[in-house]
Design a protein around this ligand. Structure first.
Ligand SMILES: NC(=O)c1ccc[n+]([C@@H]2O[C@H](COP(=O)([O-])OP(=O)(O)OC[C@H]3O[C@@H](n4cnc5c(N)ncnc54)[C@H](OP(=O)(O)O)[C@@H]3O)[C@@H](O)[C@H]2O)c1
Length: 338
């Protein structure tokens, strides 16, 4: 056992109540590894936790995503050795295949402690290898946003070359979805709130872009851009504000990956008629399994993909990182160097 540091969220929750405190890192027991966390990343969800919208215990260590190097391995660990570069998984109990509800109850960053810390000791199965050529903070972007996008586009979506894929906004999930869909040979239609961000989306490989502030009925624009056919896949992160246009944008029999509500929950829309008329396939996403993460890292290594990083903050300035997230000005991931 030795001493290291961690940021804890104290009550009442808020970015001003993130405190850098001493923490204890245990020696690894059987089946565990001790990891020097060197990078972490923020998600929309972490913002809900730190701002008190998602209940969390007093003293929670926030951030669901962490990456670093193995400091020590416990008895029986054969998958990792000291010095290996690893990245955490979002659902530590969901290893592969079918997911039971009980496998989703201990996500790091709430309700379990997360990775705003220097050292942590956990079962080896709570990590996978990191991409070979990525830095630690880059690798941390994969745990939640990367695996969610991989699940939506590849595991569930089975996107094929020539498919049209709609992605919404310039957040972490959407940009990974853009990159994975592009890797699979798809044609990307991306929406965003500003022309400046649309230019970034173009530079990142979007084939068509739509400003959803200027074009309220952007689903019809998608229909026009696809020659009347509609998009095979819509990666839906906006929620009640965007779902209606996502249904319009979809092709008959199209796949809608139901992921988030970044646009807010303040309206309630569920236009059943169009879902039925188009025989749409609605597939909800809850990040993904350890197997999804292993396969995603393999694809990243094979294709030389790089994550889109908006900005990086030191652990001491975690509150500023959350203020950046809250501003909505970010494009891609906000990271933490530890
Ligand atoms: N179900 C799951 O497994 C899962 C996993 C991860 C995330 N999520 C959810 O997915 C959503 C995105 O997460 P994230 O971490 O990628 O968020 P993020 O990095 O904070 O990005 C959010 C982005 O959403 C875009 N946005 C906001 N309102 C929009 C609207 N009405 N239409 C289109 N885009 C809009 C904005 O981009 P622009 O300014 O460019 O429009 C904003 O920057 C959140 O609701 C999150 O809770 C769910």
């Amino acid at each position: 056992m030795n001493s290291s540091r961690a940021v804890r969220l104290r009550h009442p929750a808020g970015p001003d109540n993130l405190r850098l405190e001493n923490a204890v890192a245990l020696a690894p027991g059987a089946g565990e590894i001790k990891v020097r966390i060197r990078g972490a990343a923020l998600n929309f969800r972490d913002g809900l936790v730190v701002n008190g919208f998602f209940p969390a215990k007093d003293g929670l260590i926030p951030l669901s995503d962490g990456a670093g190097e193995v400091l020590a391995v416990g008895d029986g660990v054969t998958e990792f050795a000291v010095g290996d570069r690893v990245v955490s998984t979002f659902h530590p109990k969901w290893l592969d295949g079918h997911m039971d509800r009980a496998e989703l109850d201990n996500a790091p960053g709430a309700p379990a402690d997360g990775f705003a810390c220097e050292e942590t000791t956990r079962p080896a199965t709570h990590f996978t290898r990191a991409p070979q050529r990525w830095g630690h903070a880059e690798a941390a972007t994969l745990t939640c946003a990367g695996v969610t996008a991989w699940r939506a586009v590849i595991t569930d979506g089975r996107v094929k070359p020539g498919d049209y894929v709609v992605v919404q906004g310039t957040g972490g999930v959407s940009l990974f979805a853009l990159q994975f869909a592009k890797m699979a040979g798809a044609i990307i239609i991306a929406t965003s709130s500003s022309d400046e961000k649309l230019a970034r989306l173009k530079a990142l490989g979007a084939d068509h872009v739509i400003n959803y502030r200027d074009v309220e009925k952007w689903g019809e624009t998608v229909i026009a851009l696809t020659g009347g056919r509609g998009a095979e896949h819509v990666i839906e992160v906006g929620g009640p504000h965007t779902i209606g246009q996502s249904f319009v944008a979809a092709r008959t029999g199209g796949h809608i990956a139901l992921i988030g509500a970044a646009g807010g929950f303040d309206i309630d829309t569920m236009p059943f008629a169009i879902v039925q008329a188009k025989r749409l396939k609605l597939q909800a996403v809850t990040v993904g399994s350890r197997r999804d993460q292993i396969e995603m890292v393999r694809a990243i290594d094979a294709h030389g993909l790089r994550p889109v990083i908006d900005s990086t903050f030191p652990l001491e300035n975690l509150g500023d990182a959350f203020r950046r997230l809250q501003s909505g000005g970010h494009v891609g991931k906000i990271c933490i160097d530890i």
